[in-house]
Design a protein around this ligand. Structure first.
Ligand code: HEC
Length: 160
């Protein structure tokens, strides 16, 4: 069998890559408002925003004041956004969010507040060129992400 010319292999390949990309964020979220998908999209932006600052803190990238200030501000702008999607009806499979978020709301809240405080601090010192303070602030942000994940994010998606 020969394929029509416009269905060359590269065309087919890129079409399937596009389809896969589109699916990974949508399929498997049964909620009509896609709460899980929405919060995960923001969490992935957390990672993207934090990454370059992590490299600076580990001396694997130069500290450029204007850039760093912008990155810290971007993370701060994102930092308040995912929580609204953990509403009372947000506890469902196949999320990685543990039911403890809804069972121990006070503990979840204090982990979130630790994170928000850490991001605020980072935004405050970002333009100071005080490298030890900047490194410590990045470190505390990373620890506060991990603190919440250790308690409230499971390794794999829940099946129910
Ligand atoms: C107060 C809790 C909390 C904080 C703080 C937090 N996260 Fe998360 N994070 C979660 C939960 C819960 C999920 C799972 C969401 C779901 O599957 O519904 C998650 C999911 C993620 C995901 C998506 C992974 C996946 O595919 O399921 C990424 C990436 C992520 N977080 C990165 C970060 C980074 C980076 C930070 C800090 C800059 C951070 N998070 C701070 C609770 C938190």
């Amino acid at each position: 069998m020969t394929l029509p010319k416009f269905l060359s292999l590269p065309v087919l390949l890129s079409a399937s890559v596009l389809l896969l990309g589109a699916c990974s964020n949508n399929v498997g979220d049964p909620h009509p408002d896609k709460l899980m998908t929405k919060r995960v999209v923001i969490f992935k932006k957390f990672t993207k925003a934090l990454e370059p600052m992590g490299l600076v803190a580990r001396d694997r990238r130069d500290y450029v004041k204007a850039e760093f200030v912008e990155q810290a501000q971007a993370l701060k702008d994102l930092s308040t956004q995912p929580w609204v999607y953990f509403s009372a009806d947000g506890n469902y499979a196949p999320s990685r969010a543990k039911p403890e978020i809804w069972l121990q709301p006070d503990v979840f809240k204090s982990s979130k507040e630790r994170y928000l405080a850490a991001v605020d601090k980072l935004a405050q010192v970002a333009g100071s060129a005080d490298r030890p303070a900047i490194n410590a602030a990045v470190d505390e942000v990373q620890k506060s992400c991990k603190n919440c994940h250790d308690q409230f994010r499971s390794e794999t998606a829940r099946s129910q």
